[in-house]
Design a protein around this ligand. Structure first.
Ligand SMILES: N[C@@H](CCC(=O)N[C@@H](CS)C(=O)NCC(=O)O)C(=O)O
Length: 139
């Protein structure tokens, strides 16, 4: 009793977690996966709307897109209904400078919020943006 167990290292097994190691923290890994989630949603969908289910501005944006561009259904994330919502919102704030929802991307371009979307629709710019070939707007 009291003896420190010898570190009978078993070949092939990596050592237990060393808190002083330079491995990324779980927080950093979570932030990385939030970034990947957001960036892949934007890259893979013509229209992506980060929304909140109770938000009237979000409702207006979703309705504008659904009624004017029914052939391009938006990928919608209701940030109040998913666990990652607050982290997604803060990543979007750092990426776009916009902290509010809806936060809208079309053909990989940041459009802004509901009022930006409406202004773009009224100027004719939204139709052009939606109908652009996605590939031409990718990096
Ligand atoms: N001018 C913005 C207004 C958007 C706005 O005020 N959204 C509210 C929710 S309806 C918001 O994001 N509040 C802060 C929050 O929910 O974190 C727009 O047209 O999209």
């Amino acid at each position: 009793m009291g003896a420190i167990p010898s570190s009978s290292s078993t070949a092939g097994l990596s050592q237990v977690t060393d808190p002083s190691s330079s491995n990324p923290s779980s927080r950093q890994m979570a932030q990385q996966s939030i970034k990947e989630l957001v960036e892949s949603a934007i890259a893979e969908n013509k229209i992506t709307i980060f929304s909140k289910s109770w938000c009237g501005y979000s409702a207006r944006a979703k309705k504008l897109v659904a009624s004017n561009y029914p052939e391009y259904p938006a990928k919608v994330f209701e940030l109040d209904l998913i666990e990652e919502g607050p982290d997604i919102q803060s990543y979007l704030q750092s990426k776009t400078g916009q902290g509010t929802v809806p936060n809208i991307f079309i053909n990989q371009q940041h459009v802004g919020g509901s009022s930006d979307l409406t202004a773009l629709q009224n100027s004719g710019g939204l139709k052009k943006l939606v109908e652009q070939d996605s590939q031409s707007t990718k990096l």
